[in-house]
Ligand binder design. Structure first.
Ligand code: NAD
Length: 255
């Protein structure tokens, strides 16, 4: 049976766990060859094993998205290993425990969060877009958050970075549409991944209950809920979609 990503090569950042891992497995099941990247080499190797167990192809490259040379090298691995790059999924981010409201936020933490969550997306675009153009076009998928759309909580560096990702997505979409490079952004609601374990798997179950209830559908998201959207954006089914913001949040932002 034909896969929705047959013949495509995808690079996914932060694919050593959570949503990036779910996307790696889902993309590979649909025929993509996947470059799994993460700072967490152990998690990345596990993801590659999961892809292979599902009958897919993947390689791992240790990559810190805030480091230009490492992002450039990861894109190079995609081209050297699989011959091209069609899909860049800028998924990696951190939710830093010391992120805070602006008056309580250390400059070092601000810099770190902006470096990973916003500069990391810029670097992903910078090195992937020329290769996607060479491949005849393709898809850049960025990850923002509900926090990029509405004022949430007290993580002001995270929120600022995620807002920037939305603006950067629209700019990249306009900049490269004529060369058939599409660029879209996903804004997830609360997704049950390691990033949110301190809330969703808190010893006090009320944290999880309250979080789930905040989403009108009545549950938290799964990594697969988000990967399904990314799969659509990665595939040619979305060939007329660019510069768009996709809120995947169980109805949270619609209230
Ligand atoms: N989980 C949620 O509720 C939620 C909600 C909205 C948006 N998001 C966004 O979804 C995306 C995926 O997050 P997740 O929920 O899967 O979290 P996660 O923490 O499970 O996964 C993030 C991955 O990124 C990796 N990473 C961290 N810093 C990195 C760096 N500098 N370079 C490369 N990799 C790095 C981590 O090792 C991890 O494997 C992120 O952009 C996050 O901000 C998550």
């Amino acid at each position: 049976m034909a896969g929705r990503l047959d013949g495509k090569v995808a690079l996914i950042t932060g694919a050593g766990g959570g949503q990036g891992r779910a996307a790696a497995v889902m993309f590979a099941k649909e025929g993509a060859r996947v470059v799994v990247t993460d700072v967490n080499a152990e998690g990345g190797a596990e993801t590659v094993q999961m892809v292979q167990a599902a009958g897919g192809q993947a390689v791992f490259q240790t990559t810190d998205v805030s480091q230009a040379a490492q992002v450039e090298a990861a894109v190079g691995v995609a081209v050297a290993t699989y011959g091209a790059l069609h899909i860049m999924y800028n998924n990696a981010a951190v939710l830093h425990r010391k992120d805070a409201t602006v008056t309580n936020l250390d400059e070092d933490i601000w810099n770190l969060v902006i470096d990973v969550n916003l500069k990391g997306v810029y670097l992903g675009c910078k090195y992937a877009v020329p290769e996607i153009i060479k491949a005849g076009g393709g898809s850049v998928i960025n990850v923002s958050s509900l926090a990029g759309l509405v004022g949430i909580g007290n993580v002001h560096a995270y929120t600022a970075a995620k807002g920037g990702v939305i603006s950067l997505t629209r700019a990249v979409a306009m900049g490269y549409a004529a060369q058939q490079v599409r660029c879209n952004v996903i804004c997830p609601g609360g997704v049950d991944t390691p990033m949110m374990a301190h809330v969703f798997h808190n010893p006090n179950p009320r944290f999880r209950e309250m979080s789930a209830k905040g989403h009108p559908i009545g549950r938290l998201g799964t990594p697969e809920d988000i990967a399904s959207m990314a799969l659509y954006l990665a595939s040619d089914e979305s060939s007329w979609v660019t510069g768009s913001v996709f809120t995947i949040d169980g109805g949270y932002a619609a209230r």
